[in-house]
Design a binder for this molecule. Structure first.
Ligand code: FAD
Length: 464
């Protein structure tokens, strides 16, 4: 149980992890304490040497669009310390003793706390083939930290052939980065490219990748590496080899929660499941990629996204210092881009996955795929866009929207996210008042045409 500080003593808040979630929590705690008049001390223990950087920007440093990693740092250690945060680098917490309120730090020291905020993020998945005899193979690396941004920028600038393993968002973004550097790229994925999207949408992405010169190998598994003098030379697949001087490992992440492995607080997937105030159990708070996220319809998903980490961190910071703020949940929105110059695709989704809909017996999804343009057909800006809209036959509730298309296509998904947020129907989406001008939309906005078609399909089936 949390120990209240003795009368007059400040509340000792310990944050573990100094990136998006942890530093949002730390600053918000101080802001709230100033507002409420609470005395608090905020210490942050960080295993590495970096703080408050945009990991989301790593592909754009790798591509050379962003000149250096410093540009990704949102707030420096000096700024955090000037704000009153006791930020300590090189302090990996190995064990959190929740009874004694002690954080054990690698190297033997321990830090006491009254309240602890776990913001340890995620670890990249490292496949066994990335090491030979326990040693990391040169040229084989993930894209997770600020240092990785430097590594990839340097390696891509040096030329050579690139293999990207993993067809998720980061795999696609790193493929774009390598193409922008003028390198030959092979993307290998065990399933489909962007497999959380429907096949109709990911097929358009594959077409775009190939049009930009990326060799795409779907349903293909890496079995090992060919290594020369400690450096990678090729990937070994079931069906042959792929020459590669650089291998980007983009196989996803898992929650970094070893420090709580002894507590019984972890979900089967290893994540934490904080309540809407960000509390796991009294005195233990958590935010960011070490957590699963609750959807607004009530199920837990592992959705390691910066947008959730920043909001959840702020919520925790407010509440740990005596305020009252709630994390409102997610609807499943995500977006990425593949635009190496010759091709420009924006790819976005919101709502539940088909598999989640299929697992819910109360839902009967009606799905329509619609092609259109992002602007009036006579305008030079008009680019193709494909939308896939799903709604429940009985209630007409919108279930999901997936989009792929040219400039301006992707952020259209936010309109659908707003409809989902308010539990709206496909008719709400079809008829709401959206803006129109020829360079940016069609008179009947394509998202609304797509929604209307689903509504019409439901109506036709009801009449039949
Ligand atoms: C290449 C890439 C692109 C991305 N693009 C997007 C995007 O476009 N949109 C989006 O929403 N999200 C994106 N993300 C995800 C987003 O970056 C993360 O969701 C976000 O960084 C999570 O923040 P966090 O603070 O929870 O965790 P992290 O950023 O992982 O930070 C956790 C910190 O805790 C430290 N730590 C871990 N364990 C310990 C310990 N035991 N003791 C002390 N310190 C510890 C780590 O060193 C790290 O600094 C991307 C991620 C990557 C890698």
């Amino acid at each position: 149980m949390p120990t209240a500080p003795p009368d007059g003593a400040p509340l000792r808040v310990l944050v573990v992890g100094a990136d998006a979630a942890g530093m949002s929590a730390a600053h918000q705690a101080l802001r709230t304490a100033r507002r409420t008049g609470r005395r608090i001390e905020v210490a942050v223990l960080e295993a590495g040497e970096d703080t408050s950087y945009s990991a989301c920007g790593i592909p754009y440093v790798a591509s050379g669009e962003v000149a250096d990693t410093e540009a990704l740092v949102v707030r420096t250690a000096v700024e955090h310390r000037a704000a009153g945060i006791d930020l300590r680098f090189g302090a990996r917490v190995t064990h959190l003793d929740l009874e004694r309120r002690l954080a054990q730090v690698a190297g033997g020291s321990a830090v006491e706390f009254d309240e602890v905020v776990v913001a340890t993020g995620a670890n990249p998945v490292v496949p066994p083939w990335a090491h030979v005899d326990g040693v990391a193979v040169e040229g084989v690396h993930h894209a997770k930290t600020l240092r990785d941004a430097d590594t990839w920028s340097r390696r891509f600038a040096s030329g050579g052939r690139v293999a990207v393993v993993g067809g998720g968002y980061i795999g696609v973004e790193m493929a774009e980065a390598a193409v922008r550097r003028g390198l030959h790229v092979t993307l290998v994925t065990r399933s489909r490219v962007l497999s959380t999207f429907a096949p109709e949408i990911s097929a358009v992405v594959v077409e775009g990748l190939r049009a930009a010169g990326v060799e795409v190998l779907e349903h293909s598994t890496v079995e090992g590496l060919e290594v020369e003098d400690g450096a990678v030379r090729a990937l070994r697949l079931g069906e042959g080899t792929v020459a590669a001087d650089h291998v980007v490992v983009a196989l996803g992440v898992t929650p970094a929660t070893d420090l709580l492995a002894h507590t019984g607080l972890l979900s089967p997937g290893g994540g934490l499941r904080p309540d809407e105030r960000g509390q796991v159990v009294p005195g233990v708070w958590a935010a960011g990629d070490c957590c699963e996220v609750r959807s607004r319809t009530g199920f837990w998903t592992y959705a390691p996204l910066g947008t959730h980490a920043a909001k959840a961190g702020r919520v925790v910071g407010e509440n740990v210092a005596g305020g009252d703020l709630r994390f409102a949940g997610m609807v499943g929105s995500a977006i990425t881009r593949f635009a190496p110059g010759t091709v420009h695709l924006e790819i976005a989704r919101t709502g539940i996955l088909d598999a989640q809909a299929a697992a819910d017996p109360s839902l009967d999804p009606v799905v329509v795929v619609t092609d259109g343009t992002t602007a009036s057909g006579y305008m030079p800006e008009a680019a193709p866009i494909t939308l896939r809209v799903s709604a429940d036959r009985t209630t007409r509730r919108l279930l999901s929207v997936e989009i792929v298309g040219g400039p301006g296509a992707g952020k259209r998904v936010d309109t659908a996210a707003a409809v989902l947020w308010y539990d709206g129907t496909v008719d709400d989406l079809a008829w709401m008042d959206l803006s129109y001008a020829p360079p940016v939309a069609t008179a009947w906005e394509v998202l609304q045409i797509a929604a209307r078609r689903v509504a019409e399909r439901i109506d036709r089936a009801a009449r039949a």
